[in-house]
Design a binder for this molecule. Sequence first.
Ligand SMILES: [Cu+2]
Length: 376
Amino acid sequence: MSVKESIANRFTRRDFLKALLTGSLAMTGVAAGKSVLRKSPETSQKASTSSHPDMQPDSHGHGNFGPVGSVNHQANGFDPHKMLYEWDYGQVSVLPNGQTLREYQIVAVDKEIEIAPGVFFPGWMYNGRVPGPSLRCVEGDRIRIRFVNAGSHAHTIHFHGIHSAAMDGVAGAGAGEIAPGDNTVYEFDAYPFGCHLYHCHATPLKRHIHKGLYGAFVIDPDPENYQGEEGEAAKTRNHGYPESKQVNEMVMVMNAFDTNFDGENEVYAVNSIAFAYMNQPIQIRRDQTQRLYLINITEFDPINSLHLHANFFDYYDHGTSLKPTLKTVDTIMQCQAQRGILEFSFKGFEPGPYMFHAHQSEFVELGWMGFFEVTE
Ligand SMILES: [Cu+2]
């Protein structure tokens, strides 16, 4: 290989960004080459030839970013918009001691997914989606997860929460790494309430995480354990109480993909699909309280963040308290595996598109940007 060829083959994140911005992704040979970013309204109009509503240039009157074309969510087997509201409550029964038992089935698989129009990623994932199912339960519930490894590499599930060493889902403890074709059961009581996560803990850890083996794990507080204002707040946080229906709850997992395996990410998103919530803004009612379960699982970059435009939110670090740990902020940063709950409302605001995005400009340009479309 000549020096020139070797340089040409060294494809960095910066090159990827440049390629996207100049619409020359096909030259890179990394992705299918159908994807270009909107550099300007002129180029976006030229590039956008499809009649798909997502592809109309600036159909919501905003932005010079975003891919032209659309991701085939059906082929992926998951839709980032539905994912916001999808919870897996498990199969529920009651144990002889009166404790609620929730049983979940999680299968690790290898699967290729489309993360931006024409950009495919050979992922490893739980239940065929990235992030995996958003597991939900109530503090004190017995959780039983049957894990089947149908993938090509050894995996585990490591839960953030309180449990015994044998249930930690790491090599050298309990069942350890689960070989392809094998299975195990993780079982523990759900504590503490909060916004948590689970992920594979096989080695090398960064490879297993960045391939897509992670998901949200939300434990609702049991209102019977709290008094006064905290008891009332717990009711809105517990999916079994009618008070929770007053709140529009969403789950967002901030993630990214290293499409050329150079240890740097080329595509950033929440819930995997670049610009999904920009091309099709999330519809929210301005008089309803919004609650966002936000988790950062981005590999290779030390920090990710969320900034909400034109508004402020209260933040519950790790979701483990019923009183905000930060009040009236418009930006929150999280290191990997850090997470929390954001609460905000657009009450009294003018209807329209309100932006949210990482406040790392590079992440924004590579897919991590969206809109809330606030309606009356
Ligand atoms: Cu793994």
